[in-house]
Design a protein around this ligand. Structure first.
Ligand SMILES: C[S@@+](CC[C@H](N)C(=O)[O-])C[C@H]1O[C@@H](n2cnc3c(N)ncnc32)[C@H](O)[C@@H]1O
Length: 881
């Protein structure tokens, strides 16, 4: 064993190690023998002791200490043992006859009182192998012990807990009167070693060699030798008792005695008559039909082909097969009359059940309770759903998806219009009405006030929806309504915010929505009652309203065929409109689709002169008009004229009268407008970004390169702008879908390798740029070098000008100066680090043999410096945060 291993392994430096050191024992194992002897007192009376595997001699030291003077102590080991007073030692392998002869030569005709064995074969091989060798060594030591021990003597041996342990103990028991296994306190718990103290050696006249033969001992041995039998006799009859055991050991892996096969079959009668059919089916492979009776069962109707097949292989039973086999067994038992009694009992029980007096009142009561419970559960479920919907609505309001005021008003309106179920859920609606509508849920500061669960469970809200279907339907309606409300909210935003309106207009330009034609105003009105309804109708009416005066609006409202909530929102809006200054009024609101496209189209210069003629061109019959080769209807013409009208004003920069609630939204160049799909700010931002960082995307770089290399013209680029992504109709699409489309449904602009290479090169150049600090340091260095050179030059000039020096001297001097000027300044003086350990440990002043500048360092200092650096860094970070 290496020294380092000894010190580090298993925490070896324990108290016994120290004690052994203190008391001069060669090994800590000495204490094991001391403790064993303390318990069994075998050393004090011993006159002769043989220690097998004794090196380095710890046990021998103990024996020499505890055994009487003049006693014989012999120690044997593979390795030589350093001499110990009163102890005879020699090196030998205890498994060899040579060792036996050596011992014999030493003890002569004496017999040993004690034979000790603390052998450990070696270290490093696999545990199984170690354990086996150990057991073998034990048996070898036993062989020597039985040869040299006196009758009544003691054999102490170390055994490892392994599969052979019991066998060894069994053998010991055959040869000794008392066998005890013990683990002295000094033996480490982690060690598998156990010490067996075998006392009262029986010294039989004949010991069967098989007792001491590992091949036989470590074979399967019986543990059941009759206690009553005389030990000697047993020893004499070892072969018959040990090697032909009465009862075979039961295998731990569950084999039955004598049956080492995995396949098991049982006769059908056993299955049928047995009490645990399930266990049979679970543990057996096959049910056989061998007896006449069993064979007869096979002919019965109940024994179908399936049953037979199932009986053949029980390991592959499915659920159905299993059931079939159980049923078959029951049927067969009935057939055989085995279950008659049981059946009768069952009947009797049933009869008892039937004749049991039925408490009618109790039944009614139970039924009532059941119904109540069901009802309560349903109510609770409904209320929970109502609550979910309400929370959803509130959440929408919080996300500003729905104008809270609208909801409140709509609610009121709905209730006025007799739409009691407007909010889908009566309970919820009632609750809200009581509290003044949803708007009441919102505090003065706009924070939504959540209701407590307790309130939800108010028994007064017990009215529930009729059925799940109805509730579902209403939920859907509510969803639709809420979507509508979201649209309203958006349109309100449009009206309020001129920028938003312009932006939206541009968005529409971008998308070049499909031309749907614009219906005649009169048609619109006429159709409104028949074809269209719901939200679109309301939108159209609202647009129409926008063009009329606010005073008129309120008057006309009542006659319009709008749903209650829409009417109300409109009327509210109208009343509000009268109060607040409107940003855009007289301009005709474009129809929901097509108008922007037409606006763009007709805003081209080519149509500039025909603005005023539009009315004239208007077909009296309201027919569609052909203009500039483009087919369009009356509405478009109207709109075009107005659009152009507006554009004119915008171009002229005329200030519109505030009273008219007009604010001219400055328009950029129309040509640019076509492609300027985002808002102006975004463009400005993009420009600023490009100015600052240059082109950063591969697409932009590709386009730029194509333009520079004249691979593409501006017109081509513009044409490329018309693609499938630009003709997307958004009508009727949910907002979430549109949001998603905005993110992902984008044209895939091609990128070229060259563009990517250019971008990479740019990035590399950026990466290669040193950080500010380094750049500054480098510049400083350069600057200082230049200064030095300048100084050297000046000096050189001075030298050159001197007349009292020869040319050769001058040259040498100048060279020296220039060398100095070009050098990196004064070389730093080296500081020697002296580690404060070994000879330098605890030295005050200059350590020996160290010249020049030095610094004493030690591991502690290093740790402290590191810790300080860490702390400083952490402090800096904290300050910054
Ligand atoms: C744990 S030490 C014994 C320590 C000893 N009891 C003491 O207190 O100093 C085990 C010893 O068994 C010895 N050994 C192993 N196999 C042996 C063999 N076949 N014959 C003799 N000695 C053997 C080893 O050399 C080793 O010194």
């Amino acid at each position: 064993m290496g020294k380092s291993q000894k010190k580090t392994g298993k925490g070896r430096l324990d108290k016994y190690y120290k004690l052994a050191k203190e008391q001069g024992y060669r090994a800590r194992s000495a204490f094991k023998l001391i403790q064993l002897n303390k318990k069994y007192n075998f050393l004090e009376s011993a006159r002769c002791c043989i220690d097998l595997c004794a090196a380095p001699g710890g046990w021998l030291q103990v024996a020499s200490k505890y055994m009487p003077m003049n006693s014989v102590i012999i120690g044997v080991d593979l390795v030589p043992i350093k001499p110990i007073p009163r102890v005879v030692t020699f090196a030998s392998d205890i498994t060899t006859p040579q060792c036996r002869n050596l011992i014999r030569a030493e003890v002569k005709d004496w017999k040993a009182d004690v034979v000790l064995h603390d052998g450990a074969p070696n270290v490093g091989t696999a545990w199984i192998q170690d354990a086996y060798d150990q057991s073998e060594l034990v048996l070898m030591s036993l062989k020597l012990a039985v040869e040299f021990l006196v009758k009544g003597g003691t054999f102490v041996t170390k055994v490892f807990r392994s599969g052979d342990y019991n066998n060894l103990i069994w053998v010991f028991n055959q040869l000794f009167g008392k066998v005890e296994a013990t683990k002295p306190p000094s033996s480490r718990n982690v060690s598998a070693e156990i010490f067996v103290v075998c006392r009262d050696f029986l010294a039989p006249k004949y010991i069967d060699p098989k007792f001491l033969d590992p091949k036989h001992v470590f074979k399967d041995l019986s543990a059941s030798i009759p206690e009553s039998s005389d030990k000697l006799t047993r020893a004499h009859n070892a072969e018959s008792t040990v090697f032909q055991p009465d009862k075979k050991r039961r295998k731990r892996d569950g084999y039955e005695d004598g049956n080492y096969t995995l396949f098991k079959s049982i006769p059908a009668s056993e299955y049928v008559h047995g009490t645990d059919p399930i266990a049979v089916l679970g543990s057996v492979n096959k049910i056989t039909f061998q007896t006449d009776e069993e064979k007869e069962w096979l002919t019965l109707d109940i024994t179908s082909g399936d049953v037979k097949a199932n009986c053949d292989d029980l390991k592959v039973l499915g659920k159905g097969d299993f059931k079939a086999l159980i049923k078959w067994r029951l049927a067969l038992r009935e057939e055989l009359g085995l279950d008659v009694k049981l059946k009768e009992t069952g009947d009797a029980i049933e009869t008892v059940e039937i004749i049991e007096e039925v408490d009618e009142e109790q039944m009614i009561q139970d039924e009532l309770e059941r119904l109540n419970a069901e009802n309560a559960a349903r109510t609770k479920r409904n209320r929970r759903r109502a609550n979910e919907i309400r929370n959803k609505t509130i959440q929408r309001m919080q996300l500003q998806m729905t104008a809270p005021m609208d909801i409140g008003l709509e609610l009121q309106d709905a209730s006025l219009g007799g739409q009691d179920d407007f909010f889908d859920l009566q309970g919820a609606e009632k609750g809200m009405r009581k509290r003044g509508g949803v708007s009441s849920l919102i505090g003065a500061d706009g924070v939504v006030v959540q209701e407590s669960e307790g309130e939800e469970d108010d028994p007064s809200d017990d009215e529930v929806l009729d059925s799940d279907e109805e509730r579902e339907k209403r939920n859907q309606e509510l969803e639709t309504e809420l979507d509508g409300l979201y649209e309203t909210y958006q349109s309100r935003l449009r009206e309020r915010d001129a920028k938003f309106k312009v932006k939206e207009g541009r968005e529409k330009n971008k998308e070049r929505e499909a031309w749907e034609g614009i219906k005649d105003a009169s048609d619109d009105e006429g159709d409104s009652d028949t074809d269209e309804g719901g939200w679109e109708k309301m939108e159209q009416v609202r647009e129409h309203d926008d063009n009329s005066s606010s005073g008129e609006e309120s008057d006309e409202e009542g006659s319009r065929p709008l749903s209650g909530e829409k009417r109300s929102s409109r009327s509210t809006e109208s009343s509000r409109d009268t109060k607040r200054p409107r940003l855009l009024t007289k301009l005709k609101e474009p129809p929901p689709s097509g108008s922007q496209a037409s606006k763009v189209w007709f805003s081209q210069d080519i149509f500039a002169g025909i603005n005023n003629d539009l009315e004239d061109i208007e077909d009296e019959d309201g027919d569609d008009v052909e203009m500039g080769g483009v087919h369009f209807n009356d509405d478009e013409a109207m709109e075009t004229s107005e659009d152009n009208h507006n554009t004119d004003h915008a171009e002229e920069g005329e200030e519109w009268d505030d009273e008219d609630d007009f604010e001219v939204v400055p328009q950029a160049d129309e040509d640019v407008d076509m492609w300027d799909v985002s808002n102006v700010d975004e463009d400005a931002l993009k420009q600023a970004h490009i100015q600052k960082h240059g082109l950063t995307t591969a697409e932009a770089m590709t386009l730029a390169q194509q333009l520079v290399n004249r691979e593409k013209t501006k017109t081509q680029l513009i044409n490329d702008g018309f693609n499938r992504y630009s003709l997307n109709a958004k009508d009727g699409l949910p907002s979430w879908f549109l949001d998603d489309e905005n993110k992902h449904y984008k044209p895939n602009i091609p990128v070229t390798k060259e563009a990517i290479a250019a971008l990479r090169a740019k990035q590399r150049a950026l990466d290669a740029r040193p950080i500010k600090k380094i750049a500054e340091a480098k510049a400083r260095k350069k600057f200082k070098a230049a200064q030095r050179l300048e100084k050297a030059m000046k000096k050189a000039e001075g030298v050159n000008d001197t007349s009292d020096m020869s040319e050769r001297e001058k040259a040498a001097q100048i060279e020296k100066l220039m060398r100095k000027g070009l050098s990196k300044g004064k070389p730093k003086k080296e500081i020697k680090l002296v580690v404060a350990k070994g000879a330098h440990k605890g030295v005050k002043g200059r350590p020996k043999g160290v010249k020049g500048r030095y610094t004493m360092v030690d591991s502690r200092m290093k740790k402290e410096v590191m810790a300080k650096k860490r702390a400083d860094k952490a402090n800096k970070k904290r300050k910054r945060a």
